[in-house]
Design a protein around this ligand. Structure first.
Ligand SMILES: Cc1cc2nc3c(=O)[nH]c(=O)nc-3n(C[C@H](O)[C@H](O)[C@H](O)COP(=O)(O)O)c2cc1C
Length: 199
């Protein structure tokens, strides 16, 4: 934003960075940078959710549908990624764009499942900050994913609203809890945008 401001009085014909594309219509990319830069500061993104999940045996994956159902019933746009099977470069634009993040991950060696930890590491190095978050996930005995997650979220300045964990495969009650969790999160996001509209 500072750089754009400094150059605002120049009549820029072409932008030719030392790496990357050459822009012969610079207004288009400058306007986009302005919009994206605002996502990292005042707006922290549009109303919507990047839904990240990963699962070894399918226990966490089973609840993914229930949480997504809760969210979509409230009309919130969501983009779902299996982080163990999707390259992080496809995920990052959505993390940047949407205000909400859902993290569905089981415990692995008393920590986050590694593909999820990797996405969060990359988000940290790209400074994708100020998101609203919920988490769900299965564990086998004493868990640990949640303990591993929380300091990572602090670093990212991501606001964890709530999380839901269960042991092994989900029961009917877990499915219901998952759907309610998604619904509450959708309402929280909607409220944030309502408050902003009324300001
Ligand atoms: C390699 C491996 C390591 C695991 N480590 C832990 C652990 O440290 N603590 C724990 O509570 N469960 C651990 N588990 C159990 C899983 O968290 C549990 O099976 C869970 O239900 C898997 O969910 P998923 O099907 O979504 O992957 C581990 C499982 C595997 C395969």
């Amino acid at each position: 934003m500072k750089a754009i401001n400094l150059l605002k009085d120049l009549d820029i014909q072409i932008i030719a960075p030392s790496h990357g594309l050459i822009w012969r219509n610079p207004k288009e990319i400058i306007d986009l940078y302005e919009k994206w830069a605002r996502y990292g500061t005042e707006t922290a993104g549009e109303e919507g959710v990047t839904f990240l999940y990963a699962s070894m045996y399918g226990n966490t994956e089973k609840l993914m549908g229930a949480v997504a159902q809760g969210l979509s019933q409230e009309g919130i746009p969501i983009k779902i990624f299996d982080v163990a099977r999707t390259h992080v470069s496809y995920i990052l634009p959505y993390l940047w764009k949407y205000r909400g993040v859902v993290i569905g991950t089981p415990t692995y060696e008393a920590k986050l499942f590694p593909p999820m930890a990797y996405v969060l590491d990359i988000a940290t190095s790209k400074r994708v900050i100020n998101k609203e978050v919920i988490r769900f996930g299965s564990y086998g005995w004493s868990g640990g994913a949640q303990r591993d997650l929380e300091p990572r979220l602090d670093k990212l300045k991501w606001n964890l609203l709530e999380f839901y964990e269960w042991q092994g495969g989900p029961t009917l009650e877990d499915f219901q809890k998952g759907e309610e969790l998604g619904k509450r999160f959708a309402q929280h996001l909607k409220n944030l945008y309502l408050t902003r509209e009324n300001e």
